[in-house]
Design a protein around this ligand. Structure first.
Ligand code: KIV
Length: 297
């Protein structure tokens, strides 16, 4: 069995990321996809609260509960042999108090099987990160476009385009890093800003919609595989068209069922000839009463 990628190993990739060893991460929400991504060699999987949109069909991540996150984390953690598994802390599971954050992060590790947690926020969340790290809970931070603040941001909009906005995201990244975060997700910021932050931090930065200058990249797996047909953000590269191909495959199934092509003999179970004759004999009186059946032998 392959050995698990640990937090210190992920952190150490800061020094090699610039030399062809960037971190590759995706989101995962269930066991089947987790096995696929683990087999493909991703370094880490985030059980993201983006599941509120891609799994639950919502328009934001806000309604996702901690119990739902634990349920999905458990499915991913159960089958993942190599990649590091990160549990995302959902909206209002860590903002209320440091004590609440500690207890809820603990549940993601204890009940969900996550090996670290991720939370959104900058300077204001640094004391919470510090307390969690001191208690042995590894934290991945998340700055820039923070989806849990969609209403405050007025939508899912690129952040840090102004000089003041850029400086404040840089300050946030430095603050969470000083508080002990082992890596920082930078979402939805101009590429030059992400590069500047990456140069300023001594932990890896993981970009999403933040250009190529980060130490690693993460994509929402449903976007990356073309499973989301409702929107196509500019920063997403689709490596497959699973939604379209799934519709085509399902159409073939529907046609074959309607035409009696499926199931074929290769998908059906046979019976020894004597048993077949016994069944036919037992059915004979019924069939005799109904000419639609035709002869039984
Ligand atoms: O929930 C999520 O999928 C995330 C990624 C977009 C980083 O936070």
């Amino acid at each position: 069995m392959p050995s698990k990628i640990t937090v210190p190993e992920l952190r150490a990739r800061k020094s090699t990321a610039g030399r062809g060893d960037k971190l590759a991460m995706v989101t995962a929400y269930d066991a089947t996809f987790a096995r696929m991504f683990d087999g493909a060699g991703v370094d880490a999987m985030l059980v993201g609260d983006s599941l509120g949109m891609v799994i639950q069909g919502g328009t934001s991540t806000l309604p996702v509960t901690l119990d739902e996150m634990i349920y999905h984390c458990r499915a991913v953690a159960r089958v993942t042999q190599r990649a590091h598994v990160i549990g995302d802390m959902p909206f209002m599971s860590y903002q209320g108090s440091i004590e609440q954050a500690l207890l809820n992060a603990g549940r993601l590790l204890k009940e969900g099987g996550a090996e670290s947690v991720k939370l959104e926020g900058g300077e204001e969340i640094a004391p919470t990160i510090r307390a969690m790290v001191r208690m042995g809970i590894p934290v991945m931070a998340h700055v820039g476009l923070m989806p849990q603040r969609v209403h405050a941001m007025g939508g899912f909009k690129v952040q840090g385009r102004s000089e003041g906005g850029a400086d404040s995201i840089l300050e946030d990244a430095v603050a969470v890093c000083e508080a002990g975060a082992y890596a920082v997700v930078i979402e939805g910021v101009p590429a030059p800003l992400a590069e500047r932050i990456t140069a300023a931090l001594d932990v890896p930065t993981i970009g999403i919609g933040a250009g190529v200058g980060c130490d690693g990249q993460i994509l929402v797996s449903y976007d990356m595989l073309g499973l989301v047909d409702t929107m196509r953000p500019r920063f997403v590269k689709r490596y497959e068209e699973f939604f379209r191909r799934g519709v085509e495959a399902t159409r073939s199934f529907v046609d074959e069922v309607r035409n009696g092509v499926f199931p074929g003999p290769e998908h059906s179970f046979g019976m020894p000839v004597e048993s077949r004759n016994a069944v036919a004999d037992a059915l004979a009186p019924r069939h005799a009463a109904n000419p639609a059946y035709g002869p039984t032998h």
